[in-house]
Design a protein around this ligand. Sequence first.
Ligand SMILES: *Cc1c(COP(=O)(O)O)cnc(C)c1O
Length: 244
Amino acid sequence: MATAEQAQPVDVAANLAAVRARIAEACREAGRDPAEVTLIAVAKAQPLARIEAALAAGQRVFGENYVQEAAARWPELRERFPGVELHLIGALQTNKARDAVRLFDVIQTVDRPKLAAALAREMDRQGRRLPVFVEVNTGGEPQKAGVLPERADAFIEACRRDYGLEVVGLMAIPPLEEDVALHAALLDRIARRNGLSALSIGMSHDFEVAIRFGATHVRVGTAIFGPRPPKRPQPPPASGSTSS
Ligand SMILES: *Cc1c(COP(=O)(O)O)cnc(C)c1O
């Protein structure tokens, strides 16, 4: 049964080199220093072998969407590959703040006071101050995570003043069908007036445009690792479990 799930072979090292070359070229065209742009390899739902291949090729900055998935593999990978920097780029439930602060180096998805408070509490408890990004819902999409653009200034201020979080930048996941340029430009305006320099925007299909419009962190998954294998059906949750 398990053999049917073998993932297609992917040349991760070659893909990684190609993405790095494209980033360098986009920077050159934009008159930017490639050292200003951090490539975050998005590992969510990817087989371990592909992540190991990226690590073996020298990649050290990774993004994960799910706390549980990160917990299952990164503690062990960190022992084998020193110098890993792990970013949480998926929605975070407040009841997972403890694990998130323990497992990650940067939290990119701070978007509400309750979460900011939970993270601040955990950082104090664990004596581990992590830099965070505030996620902005630049498309104003009702179903999406992120603080609305018109509330971003007040929320960033609250993160700093009320919760003592070290806010270093802004993150956005624009609507797929829209031009990333407008969203990067909006993110950049909000960042500038709040004294923030890091902009996490741009994915496999649009990272070059995002770089032209100021991205400092691009989050690239499929262009490095290939298509994500379909998820296995999840077992039903154990009775009595809760989520918020
Ligand atoms: C999955 C994901 C990415 C990477 O997407 P690709 O299209 O595979 O490059 C980037 N950012 C976030 C928040 C994601 O969830």
